[in-house]
Design a protein around this ligand. Sequence first.
Ligand code: SF4
Length: 393
Amino acid sequence: GAQVGDELKQLPRNPTRAVRVGSVTVGDGNPIAVQSMTATKTPDVDATFAQVRQLQEAGADIIRVAVDSKKDAEGLRALSDRLNENGTPANLSVDLQENYRLAEVVAPFVAKLRYNPGHLYHHEREKPWQEKVKYLAGIAEEHDCAMRVGVNCGSVDPAKAEKYEQGDDLSPMLESALDHCAFLDSIGFERFVVSLKDSDPAAVIEVNRRFATERPDVPLHLGVTEAGMPPEGVIKTRIAFEQLISRGIGDTIRVSLTVPNDRKYEEIDAGRGILDDIKHGRVRSVVAFDSNGLNIISCPSCSRVENEAFVDLAAAVKEMTGYAKQHAVTIAVMGCRVNGPGETDDADLGLWCAPNFVNLKKGTEHLGRYPYDEILPKLKAELDAVIASKTAV
Ligand code: SF4
């Protein structure tokens, strides 16, 4: 028979709308869908196809691909054709950043369009965001796509950020998500999910709980951004997922891990493992994570990564900083200029990669740019200074 504490739990689930994404339906009590994202260069169809297959074999329900250019969009079309010819169509989702107008080029090949409200401001500044969202919803409708309103702590809409006190990062995120939901509802587009991501699991828990209180009907995509390398990255994500999913919050998940391209399936394995543990009542994160120690956050990398050395750099940072484990210092390591400059602002020290050098930051201050083989000693000197200043007070 089943062991005590190992029986399947009937998890509570918020009464969310059903949102169909290709062959899976998210929300409305359906099994929690597990997602991942490719990190290969999107125009490299062979590599991206191989990665999608690897993720499908691991059990990915939805696979996201980054598209920033016409060339990426061409790659996506070829990828979609190749998957169909192979008899293994995937539920592809596309991640639109500043260039939201690529939606019309990519929508025929995907099941979901993701946009970030904080990025709609960069392009065509004179145009109100409502017009852009209306355009996106129209494209989604025309091509049978769902949408995700993906709000990220590091790239929140500046107009929203200004309205709240400094230090209150969650209210602007929440308000931005709620505004977009209300607007999509008002134009009659209901086939969307929302995500509210942060690199701090406690913030993810709080902002998602607040959102679910206001809009229990909107399916949530859960994730901790830049969770970093395993095992810490999995532990941070687990903390947030356990707290939320056991309260009925969350309809689809992604575990973001900094792993090399041939190990991307670990994101799916980790997601499935966490869900399985929650279902069986094996909740264990609370004791496993020391939030008072060194915290390395790093992006999972994606096709935007600017130098392939990024994943090795993140691993080298983790190894080099091992001596500082007991100090409450946050170091962010990011793969590119899209999210690198913003997402490192809240860290004590930040690195973000450019093709031939690494930018070093201390909080919001840019300290300099260094070649890949010179960055570690520079980082160590800054880390020692941060530790000294923290222990002095
Ligand atoms: Fe991709 Fe850049 Fe984000 Fe890393 S920081 S996941 S490389 S967009």
